[in-house]
Design a protein around this ligand. Structure first.
Ligand SMILES: Cc1ncc(COP(=O)(O)O)c(C=O)c1O
Length: 406
């Protein structure tokens, strides 16, 4: 066991979800889908829902004022965590809603028939379907950037494809299937070089890599809290202040207005203009606690730890002649593979019998499955709490599957 692994393994005890209901260790290798929650996040959430609970922004009593401070402090934490300003953070239900927000609010006003959007083959459906819906509304065209041999977004191809008709590039920072890490700075330079804006889907990056939106130079960045050890039901859109200011609201209701009359309604400034209705108070505070938790450990340490686990697992799988490995060697926390003659769903079900949880399926990336020529893959994705014992349990489960199938 490496020193790094040992020091992070101490954190395993912080996660009550890492045991089966009858108290056995649970080898949870599905953090790419959603991460387990540390007790600190659970406690913060319970406190926010219990002793501290009140609404935000409109109460005239002290508890509501305190809750407003806590809610806005969570926004500031999100901003600090990814290098933005608090006024540039819009709380959403998650990354999916954040991308839909941009597609509606920015897309409806700024794109028209004849404009083009560049996506890539490996995008999650959340970064495909909102643009397809926008295309139906506006007549914009979608182009698809191919991948390199080892499954990374091919930025040389992107450079050749981009034209002045492209108004938006939208790429994943880290692929949820292949784990490849985008060279975001180069993608930004390419997009800006033709006058396009660039949105980065940071769902799989934010829990694994230090992200600084200002340094990266992106225009929009989105992520979901539940993959960052935080609660479900909350995520964030970061957009550069001047872009956010230029965007019209996409949902109407309470909290996003300045003044309402039947003749004319005016809207609150960003980010409130994009947060119609009572916001995710409890969830946002839970996200703030998750950010405190991972920040105390350090993203560099988490990344190094997950990288060591990926290297070890890829090394083991590459020595098996009945296993096909997908994605680049330098993958961030995610390993996709297929076993000859065993459907990934069967593998997942058999592994579950020995308390090993992987994801099997198309991972909401059906165009990528088509590109790989498979209907599904098996995916092991790591979190900060995994260690070599999880890899050993996975490998033992695969050996057991082999015996069952042959
Ligand atoms: C790369 C990527 N983008 C977008 C999403 C969508 O996230 P959510 O379902 O939390 O909105 C996911 C979730 O799996 C993802 O991995």
């Amino acid at each position: 066991m490496t020193t790094l692994t040992r020091s992070l393994a101490d954190h395993r005890a912080d996660f009550p979800g890492l045991r089966t209901h009858d108290g056995q260790p649970w080898h949870y290798l599905d953090s790419g889908a959603t991460a387990q929650k540390p007790q600190a996040v659970i406690d913060a959430t319970l406190r926010a829902m219990g002793a501290d609970y009140a609404t935000v922004h409109r109460g005239v009593y002290a508890r509501s004022a305190e809750m407003t401070l806590a809610f806005e402090a969570a926004r500031a934490k999100v901003a600090g965590f990814i290098g933005g300003a608090a006024g540039e953070i819009v709380f959403t239900r998650g990354a999916t809603e954040a991308i839909n927000l941009v597609a509606h609010s920015w897309g409806n006003d700024h794109l028209r028939a004849g404009d083009r959007i560049l996506l890539s083959v490996l995008e999650h459906h959340s970064n495909i379907v909102p643009w397809q819906l926008l295309a139906r509304r506006t007549g914009v065209e979608i182009d698809v950037c191919p991948l390199t041999q080892d499954g990374q977004i091919d930025l040389d191809a992107a450079a050749a494809m981009l034209t002045s008709a492209h108004k938006l590039v939208s790429f994943a920072h880290v692929s949820n299937v292949l784990g490849g890490v985008l060279d975001v700075r180069r993608a930004v330079a390419l997009a800006h070089g033709v006058g396009a804006k660039i949105l980065i889907d940071g769902c799989q990056a934010v829990p694994r890599l230090g992200v600084d939106v200002a340094d990266l130079g992106v225009d929009f960045y989105v992520f979901s809290a539940h993959k960052l050890y935080g609660p479900t039901g909350v995520g964030a859109l970061w957009a550069r202040a001047e872009i956010l200011e230029s965007m019209a609201p996409w949902m109407g209701g309470g909290a996003m207005i300045e003044r309402v009359t039947f003749a004319h309604t005016t809207f609150a400034p960003a980010p409130q203009r994009f947060e119609a209705g009572t916001p995710q108070i409890i969830e946002a505070i839970g996200l703030g606690a998750a950010i405190d938790y991972v920040s105390a450990i350090g993203l560099d340490q988490i990344h190094a730890h997950e990288t060591a686990l990926v290297r070890q697992l890829r090394g083991e799988l590459s020595r098996m002649n009945d296993v096909r490995l997908f994605g680049p060697e330098a993958s961030a926390g995610i390993v996709s593979f297929a076993m000859d003659g065993v459907h990934p769903h069967d593998l997942g079900t058999i592994l579950d019998e020995t308390n090993v949880a992987i994801r099997a399926g198309h991972h909401c990336a059906q165009p990528l499955m088509d590109h790989l020529g498979v209907a599904a893959t098996a995916r092991a994705s790591f979190g900060l709490y995994n260690d070599e014992s999880d890899i050993a349990a996975l490998l033992a489960g695969m050996e057991r599957t082999r015996r069952i199938f042959r």
